[in-house]
Design a protein around this ligand. Structure first.
Ligand SMILES: [Zn+2]
Length: 1150
């Protein structure tokens, strides 16, 4: 057997390059190729008539060439007829024998001319240089047209009423939440997950929790939280006085409500007698940023302020700014009614039903009158994820996000928006924890805000957005900086009349190759600026030359190998038959490039239990042939010719094989399986074929059969909460790490579909999929009836989705910062290159940056992500994403330009990696501590002075506590009793590749009241917060987190609704064995099913549907996802956790 002898660390692509290992710097030939005029760009998916399929690599041996080990077996069933699925006529055979595409010449002809590029849309020119003028350092107006927001927009602030855009903007002014310390809110000490947090030693004592006062002076920076689209043209700095016109504006919309960020119930009308923060009354002083009248954030207010306390404080009344007319005396204010879900605004009185939910927690701000229930923090008074999401949708969902401005914070991932690329990569490709980076390392350390980018290089774009253009520079390849090898991009500066350019990353000056020369206009811009994607766009692709290919050879098209477990459990469950049936039709949908007639991907088939069976499906055979390899200790591939075939050519033989496999193993009694040899077999097959590819492995059990990579059951729940818990996440042998390394070197990506009935050690089996950039799917206790639909949907999507092979990604940065850490499913053989055997459109890599020098506000900071990969047709390409960020000398600017969703993505991945090496409790404590430091730094340096007892949160991070709590109580960090070791390992790996939208809904699920849905519209019902107290017994709800969809039915739901949705006449008749909703012909059923379908369509995996009846046993599972509540496993409620964070912060400040 020939193991890959090539040291992985060696330069995989041609000769070693000093600057960029593995990438050879192309020579600049100086002449354009005949077939490749300079402006000949093609649309990424453009037609490619001229592209011919390269010849399959030669060198196969006849299948009989290994008589000693494999013995050919002729399958003897009469399946020569075509399967029904293959009715269509065979397509013409591929042009075998055609030479591999010559660089440059064969590709471009079919591409859409680049003239389609909309010149008119490009307005901003090079963002880097233009930035200072376009965007004031501190504020980031969301300007669709890239022009500063006209003052006229200010008028919107004057409107009263429901939160429209203007109102939302007002809220943004609210920077801080103040929580008075006096009230004792102490949640019950016992059972909280963070009891051990160092500073606090475990219990939440009453200390911090009490009153919330509206932060008077706007805690600083918040005034303009740009990220939310505040149209203010001038960024308010702390220390600046706010333009007078703003004051009035803030008030109107929210009369009664509490200060925007005033988290707390309390202060706002300090019911408990807490002293009012000094700063409150009075006009804003210079040096204070008035963040708007405290009144602007309805959602944080909980109870109506008692009149007496109002003096001076009330946030409310219009125009008054801080001291306006007396606040409304009573709860719900008419003006707020609009907020339907009760998640904000209303001063909700205590909830009778749930009053006792948080024993020990004081109830703040209960309305006068009825006997006050036990005091507790009113959940309505603390920052609401639902409100933040809603506000962003209202503010930013209607205008396209134009990327021409440096350091612009994009809309939230939960907002639907369109992107126009004008020089920076779309947020669909890159999102950052902050779009304004501290200039110095000291500042960054002080803030503790991690600087990270979440990159999804092959992200799928909505149909209305343009895919990256493909640029072909012919044989000379892409133009790059001589020193750092950065690729030509909009931030490079052309000098000396265009003869040279200065690198925006390393400042080195490089000659412009003659064929690339172009004159500059009077502004110093190349006159072909708008004709070249690499000069005017944030994202684009280059056609790679042979220098970017392994062994200086253009790659062959990749192959897919389907490897099916045919042991007893797999056969008996019907899985084997299901897979074979599905493949018959699915093979017609292999990924194709552009509008090529057929996929270039070849396919192969293996079945296995303790031994492996290879199949010869060569088109010339009448019947498929099977070759058995029983010596799994030294895996080899017994046949080469006929193993990997073109689907159309071998259609008949493949169909016959897929018909026969279930029959051949129908009576198997073999229960043991091997696993590592299966991967080795696929790897060897790809090596022999000299191509990259993907293995689809369908596996059912712990591989205990004698073979390399054999595993034992080492699951031990007693290790939970001990120092050895980390071993549950670690592979039990290093064998798979080495195997993964070999796979990556070959471009062999592994996708693993697991169907376990018991522990099968996901932590170990997942190593190869994980390190090769593959995916893992798990269907525990797989049952054909209930799970096949989900599995088949996942399989179809997985087979069809866009994927690049043999990928290497490098992130370059401008001087001052550099990429220091990486999170995701990949392999790294050095400190800079992220290698992935396969990278699909769903995979994300999170990259952390650290300072290595000072940055300057003028030049900002630049990122360039370059991904070299092989397309599904075997074309070698480079995809480039560029992003420019601002730099700041004021911490307030950092906090004003953060994105909490991205921060959580980073923190979760950081923590989930941490459990491999540290006790889980240590990881949790570190997370809490870091976030407390982030918030304490804000409080100390950015918020205006106020009483120490106030909790003040930066506007852009006001959801950090609630989301962080969700991460802390997730199954990986704090498992409940029902969570298995395999579940935890599985989730840990899943989360590591998630993008920001996925982590957002995974940690804070979406909860929709279905009974509130408007059956006549396409819209979703307004989401509500994830807490049991938001549920009504008379309603039906849907909760989704990206993996599951729960439909929860209250005990008092009207019989008619039950009949319409489930087709049964009473609550008790609803079956929770349903895995889909019945198809019934009535508007409610149709509406609910359309919502479910829509949600399924938004996620990369098909979610499992679970019906939950209130008070049924499954409800415990459902409640696990009501993440604002205290969890069974000891996770704190949101309210309790917020109090805890407050205490942590106070300790840091004192
Ligand atoms: Zn450079």
């Amino acid at each position: 057997m020939s193991v890959n002898q090539q040291a992985h660390a060696g330069p995989p692509y041609g000769q070693p390059q000093p600057g960029y290992q593995g990438y050879q710097q192309p020579a600049y030939g100086g002449q354009s190729l005949p077939g490749a005029p300079q402006s000949q760009y093609g649309a990424y998916n453009g037609p490619m008539p001229g592209y011919q399929q390269p010849v399959p690599p030669q060198g196969y041996f006849p299948s009989l060439g290994f008589p000693s080990k494999g013995s050919p077996v002729s399958l003897n069933s009469d399946t020569s007829s075509l399967a029904p699925n293959f009715i269509g006529s065979l397509r013409a055979p591929p042009t075998s024998g055609a030479p591999p595409p010559a660089s440059g010449a064969s590709h471009p002809s079919g591409h859409v001319a680049y003239s389609q590029f909309e010149h008119g849309d490009v307005q901003n020119g090079i963002p880097a240089s233009a930035a200072p003028m376009q965007r004031p350092p501190a504020s980031q107006p969301f300007l669709p047209g890239s022009a500063p927001t006209p003052v006229s927009q200010m008028s919107t602030f004057q409107q009263y009423g429901p939160p429209q855009a203007s109102v939302q903007q007002l809220r943004n002014h609210m920077a801080g939440m103040t929580i008075g310390s006096t009230a004792a809110s102490a949640p019950p000490p016992a059972g909280l997950g963070y009891a051990s947090v160092p500073p606090v030693s475990g219990s939440f004592s009453a200390t911090g929790s009490g009153l919330y006062t509206p932060s008077s002076a706007s805690q600083g920076p918040p005034l303009t939280s740009v990220s939310q689209g505040l149209p203010l043209a001038q960024p308010p700095f702390p220390g600046q006085t706010i333009p007078t016109q703003r004051l009035p504006t803030q008030v109107p919309g929210f009369t009664p409500p509490p200060p925007s960020t005033g988290v707390g119930p309390s202060s706002y009308p300090p019911t408990t007698g807490a002293p009012r923060p000094p700063a409150m009354p009075g006009p804003p002083l210079p040096g204070q940023t008035v963040a708007g009248p405290p009144s602007s954030q309805p959602n944080h207010v909980s109870s109506p302020p008692p009149p007496s306390t109002m003096a001076g404080l009330h946030p409310g009344p219009p125009m008054s700014g801080l001291h306006g007319p007396p606040p409304p005396t009573h709860p719900p204010q008419p003006g707020y009614q609009m907020q339907q879900n009760g998640s904000f605004g209303q001063m909700r009185g205590p909830q009778p039903n749930y009053g006792g939910a948080y024993p020990g927690a004081p109830n703040y701000g209960s309305p006068p009158g009825p006997p006050p229930p036990p005091k507790r923090l009113d959940p309505d008074s603390i920052p609401s994820p639902i409100q933040v999401i809603e506000d962003d949708r209202n503010n930013r969902g209607s205008e396209p996000f134009v990327t021409g401005v440096r350091g612009q914070v994009p809309p939230l991932v939960t907002t639907n928006f369109m992107v126009k690329d004008q020089g920076n990569a779309s947020p669909r490709y890159i999102r950052c924890t902050s779009y304004n980076i501290p200039c110095t390392s000291d500042m960054a350390k002080q803030s503790q805000v991690p600087l990270a980018a979440v990159i999804k290089p092959l992200a799928t774009l909505p149909p209305e957005e343009t895919l990256p253009y493909l640029v072909d520079h012919g044989e000379s390849g892409p133009v790059r900086c001589n020193r750092c090898k950065a690729y030509m991009c909009p931030f490079m500066q052309f000098i000396e009349g265009g003869r040279r350019f200065q690198c925006c990353f390393c400042s080195c000056v490089t000659e412009v190759p003659p064929h690339y020369f172009q004159h500059l206009d009077h502004t110093g811009k190349r006159v072909d600026f708008y004709d070249r994607p690499e000069l005017s766009l944030g994202s684009y692709e280059f056609l790679a030359t042979v220098d970017y290919c392994k062994n200086n050879k253009f790659p062959s098209p990749p192959a897919f190998i389907f490897m099916i477990d045919v042991s007893y459990n797999a056969v008996k469950s019907g899985l084997v038959r299901l897979i074979c049936e599905e493949l018959k039709s699915l093979l017609d949908y292999l990924p194709r490039e552009g509008n090529m007639e057929e996929s270039a991907i070849r396919v192969g088939f293996v079945t296995y239990n303790k031994v492996l069976h290879f199949y010869n499906v060569k088109s010339s055979l009448a019947q498929p042939q099977m070759m058995v390899v029983s010596d799994v200790a030294d895996m080899f591939v017994p046949l080469l010719d006929g193993f990997l075939v073109n689907v159309n050519e071998s259609r008949t033989v493949i169909a016959s094989l897929l018909d026969q496999i279930p029959e051949m193993f129908a009576d198997t009694r073999e229960t043991e399986t091997v696993f590592a040899p299966v991967i080795q077999a696929g790897l060897e097959a790809l090596k022999a074929a000299e191509c990259a590819g993907k293995l689809f492995i369908f596996h059912t059990s712990l591989p205990i059969a004698e073979a390399p990579g054999k595993l034992k059951n080492r699951d031990d729940r007693k290790l939970i909460n001990t120092d050895k818990e980390k071993t549950l996440f670690q592979p039990q042998t290093s064998f798979y790490n080495n195997l993964a390394k070999d796979c990556v070197a070959q471009g062999c990506c592994v996708d693993l579909f697991l169907f376990p009935n018991q522990y099968l050690d996901v932590a170990t089996l997942g190593v190869v999929p994980y390190q090769t950039g593959g995916s893992i799917y798990k269907y525990a206790y797989f049952q054909l009836e209930t799970d096949q639909y989900r599995f088949l949907n996942d399989l179809r999507r997985d087979v069809q989705k866009e994927v690049g092979f043999d990928a290497v990604m490098r992130v370059r940065t401008s001087t001052g910062i550099r990429a220091t850490d990486f999170f995701g499913a990949f392999y790294m053989s050095n400190t800079t290159d992220v290698e992935m055997a396969g990278l699909d459109c769903d995979k994300t890599i999170t990259v952390e940056f650290k300072h290595d020098d000072k940055l300057s506000e003028d030049s900002g900071a630049l990122l360039q992500c370059a991904l070299l990969y092989t397309s599904c047709a075997g074309q070698r390409r480079l995809r480039i994403h560029n992003l420019s960020l601002n730099c700041c000398t004021q911490l307030a600017d950092l906090y004003r330009n953060c994105e909490t969703d991205t921060l959580i993505n980073y923190l979760a991945k950081y923590a989930y990696r941490g459990v491999l090496s540290s006790p889980v409790k240590t990881v949790r404590d570190a997370l809490i501590n870091q976030c407390a430091q982030i918030l304490a730094c804000y409080r100390k340096n950015c918020a205006s002075p106020s009483s120490a007892g106030q909790l003040i949160l930066p506007e852009c991070m006001k959801l950090l506590p609630v989301y962080l709590n969700c991460v802390l109580k997730s199954d990986v960090l704090q498992p409940g009793p029902e969570v298995t070791t395999d579940d935890r390992a599985y989730i840990r790996q899943l989360v590591t590749s998630m993008d920001v939208a996925e982590t957002n809904v995974f940690f804070y699920p979406r909860l929709l009241p279905l009974t509130k849905a408007d059956v006549d519209s396409d819209s979703l019902p307004a989401a509500i917060r994830n807490s049991e107290e938001r549920l009504s017994k008379g309603d039906i709800y849907l909760l989704e987190n990206g993996l599951n969809i729960f439909v929860w039915v209250g005990v008092n739901v009207q019989q008619g609704l039950i009949q319409n949705l489930f087709g049964v006449s009473s609550f008790s008749q609803i079956s929770n064995a349903l895995s889909t909703l019945p198809v019934l012909e009535n508007p409610f059923s149709k509406k609910v099913r359309s919502i479910v379908d829509m949600l399924q369509g938004q996620r990369s995996r098909y979610m499992k549907l679970i019906i939950v009846k209130q008070e049924d046993k499954l409800e415990m599972l459902f409640k696990h996802f009501l993440v604002e509540d205290k969890s069974l496993s000891g996770g704190a409620s949101y309210v309790d956790f917020l109090c805890h964070m407050h205490k942590e912060i106070r300790q840091l400040l004192s």
